[in-house]
Design a protein around this ligand. Structure first.
Ligand code: FHN
Length: 703
């Protein structure tokens, strides 16, 4: 790894020495003197946010470590292989009184913080997130607020302290995972169903959580606080906001993930709109299919095998090649990769994990410049691999072309790249002395010849291409209006990605040619139309043809029910459903009236369904868009026509749909079912001409 990047990483890590900030004497927010609920949010400008996030964005790659008491059973319980790993208390329904004695067995004699930090650093990982406390509530540090901690074990060493110091010595930023959910703390609610211990006080638990967070921040100065376990109904948006604001107040440098609050959209991990806290999204075990909009910070966390916590029998390790290509794929979309290791009960990394990390480290030792400090690709897709990029001094831009599969003709094409390459601009990152590669312009594409023997790394050979300016890639015209319905004629604006690129459009569904008659950037739409637009550079088509379909409709007439009362009627059903239609004939469990669409009537945590019926009062005639966010499936019907279809078994997911409505009352029906795990149902609307969704005022619901 080049010396300069190591020095930078050491500087970064050192900046997180545990220098707990001394509050100004008049700080009215300092939680010591006041209950943590009196915490005012910390104002932050976009420039200040960029400065705070800079080291994390530069890092791109981190190590996740799941380690705790669950590493002792390692997926076995009472002599039986149960699986469950770090979830074993829950999976095997172990009573806390039977689980917590594991504390007396925790003696990881082979734990070596320096080895862990060195392995992370050698793999090219710039930060390390370790579980301070997982859902089982066991604290991996000597906490003043509980006896269920490492101090009460035969090991009795400050594991987090040793790891933080070792990380800093290696130039790796120490970070902490912290679970909100706590299956053993006497105040955490909800209890596990088999946990018959009495009591529990949510507010007292939140105070406890805040005191431990203060303790962790002041002792270890983590660069990131990685929250988890926010999905059970007791943790509220208010709890999330207060906790985020408290953490940022105690140490304004800390970066906090979006699982501190309740805005995460399931395993896809991004944060829904509406003021939810969190500095980055957290896709889990998945990589977003396409790059997310510029400016959205996100990090995919992933296991190397199938388990977060240690399980000796889980040998389904991803190959080194797969791990490198996942890292590259994520970086090419502007994200970070948090790759997990589950150490065993003695504090050892599994041999397979060490082998994979060494392999990734070998690739990174030649190619880490193409990951650290890079930004997302300017191309939407590349058939032969991926691209990352970084700015060059003097205004140029460096493209890192990650060749996974060398094309048969030996030419790697850069579609629609109009920016001029520098002289002798292309060469191998891992073998700069191997000579320059030929670069030619082919219409709107740039073509680079890649001889077979230039593929120096079968996992991913990185070709550098230096450009005289930031890459301008034409992947098609920009049409800001999506396909949809309309009532009154309107104008569609089409933007060319560059003044040198001409537009051509058709409105009869045919393919645009350079001779097509429409070459303007504003087109009047007054009837149902299929608009197809393409870009041309020097008369040659460039990028994809973009199609939009616009359907002219009449607003649906409102209805005049004889009797109008506030609220919606609801009916609940019990059972394991996979689609809304599954409970169409099911027996009604209970029924009632509710002010708005919510789950206040849910009969239990899992395996139930609810149907809401009534009317919605539309204030003005126009195109109304509705968004239905649910875990699991849901549908919205108005006048019996499907407006939003979010059906099926899935984690929190939002879908939307539009309908033309006359002002007045319209019959509405929402069907929803929950399978297992988190449950979630949010219905919002967006008025005509608005681009944002808002909650529907309860007074708009009638029956
Ligand atoms: O329940 C946890 C799980 O044990 C693990 O910690 C993962 C890692 O992100 N998070 C939760 C599952 O989404």
């Amino acid at each position: 790894m080049p010396l300069h990047t190591t020095l930078l990483a050491i500087a970064l890590a050192a900046s997180h020495t545990p220098s707990s900030p001394t509050p100004p004497p008049d700080a009215d927010w300092w939680p010591r003197h006041l209950p943590s609920r009196v915490v005012t949010p910390l104002e932050e400008t976009p420039a200040q946010l960029d400065a705070r996030m800079a080291w994390w964005r530069e890092a791109r790659f981190g190590m996740f470590i799941h380690w705790g008491l669950y590493s002792i059973p390692g997926g076995y319980w009472e002599g039986r292989r149960t699986g469950g790993a770090e979830w074993i208390l829950n999976s095997v329904k172990i009573h806390p009184d039977d689980y917590m004695p594991l504390q007396s067995q925790f003696d990881p004699v082979d734990f070596d913080a320096r080895e862990w930090a060195m392995i992370a650093n050698n793999a090219g990982m710039r930060y390390l997130v370790v579980t301070s406390k997982h859902h089982d509530g066991f604290c991996l540090w000597p906490s003043a607020f509980t006896d269920f901690d490492v101090e009460g074990t035969p090991f009795a060493r400050d594991i987090l302290g040793e790891l933080a110091e070792a990380c800093r010595n290696e130039g790796v930023v120490p970070c902490l995972y912290h679970s909100i959910m706590d299956w053993t703390h006497p105040d955490y609610l909800p209890r596990r169903a088999w946990d018959d211990r009495p009591g529990g006080d949510h507010d007292r638990y939140v105070e406890h959580l805040h005191r431990q967070l203060e303790e962790l921040i002041e002792r270890y100065g983590p660069g990131v606080l990685w929250f988890d376990g926010e999905w059970e109904g007791t943790w509220t948006h208010d709890d999330g906001q207060r906790t985020y604001d408290l953490v940022r107040r105690i140490d304004p440098r800390i970066i906090v993930n979006n699982r501190v609050d309740t805005g995460r959209t399931g395993m896809a991990g991004l944060t829904r709109s509406g003021g939810y806290r969190g500095d980055f999204g957290t896709p889990e075990q998945e990589i977003p299919t396409t790059g997310l909009p510029e400016g959205v910070d996100w990090e995919t966390c992933m296991t190397m095998n199938r388990s977060w916590g240690y399980q000796s029998f889980d040998l389904a390790y991803k190959t080194t090649s797969d791990l490198v290509r996942k890292l590259v794929d994520i970086a090419s979309k502007g994200g970070n990769f948090l790759l997990n290791v589950g150490p065993d009960e003695r504090g050892r990394f599994p041999a397979e994990a060490k082998e994979r990390l060494a392999g990734v480290g070998r690739w990174m030792s030649f190619n880490d410049d193409s990951i650290h400090g890079t930004r997302a690709s300017p191309f939407s897709t590349l058939e032969w691999g991926r691209c990352t990029r970084a700015s060059l001094p003097g205004g140029g831009e460096r493209l890192y072309l990650h060749v996974f599969d060398r094309p048969e003709d030996g030419v790697i094409r850069l579609p629609g790249l109009l920016t001029r390459p520098m002289h002798e601009a292309a060469y191998l990152l891992a073998a700069p002395g191997a000579g320059r590669l030929a670069v030619e312009r082919d219409g709107a594409d740039l073509a680079i010849e890649l001889p077979a023997d230039a593929m120096v790394d079968p996992i991913d050979t990185v070709v550098i291409l230096d450009l005289v300016a930031p890459a301008l890639v034409v992947d098609g015209p920009r049409i800001t209006v999506d396909s949809g319905i309309f009532i009154e004629p309107f104008t569609v604006t089409i933007e060319s990605p560059d003044p040198t690129v001409q537009l051509r459009s058709t409105t009869d569904g045919s393919d645009p040619t350079f001779d097509s008659r429409i070459d303007v950037d504003e087109i009047e739409i007054d009837r149902t139309t299929t608009l197809r637009t393409a870009c041309f550079f020097d008369g040659v088509p460039v990028g994809a043809v973009v199609e939009r379909r616009f359907e002219r409709v009449m607003p649906v007439a409102s209805v005049q029910p004889f009797v109008i009362r506030d609220g919606l009627a609801w009916r609940t059903f019990l059972g394991g459903f996979e689609r809304v239609s599954d409970f169409a004939e099911a027996p009604v469990e209970r029924e009632g009236v509710v002010a708005t669409v919510d789950l206040s009537m849910q009969p239990r945590d899992e395996n139930f369904a609810v149907t809401f019926t009534g009317f919605i009062e539309i204030p003005t005639t126009g195109i109304w868009t509705f968004a239905l966010d649910s875990d699991d499936g849901s549908t919205l019907r108005i006048h019996d026509s499907m407006v939003v279809d979010n059906d099926g078994l899935h984690s929190a997911l939002e879908k939307s749909g539009a309908i033309a409505l006359e002002a007045g009352l319209h019959p509405i029906r929402v069907d929803y079912f929950e399978g297992t795990g988190q449950d979630d149902l949010i219905l919002r609307w967006s008025p005509p001409g608005s681009a944002t969704f808002a909650p529907i005022p309860p007074e708009r619901f009638k029956r």
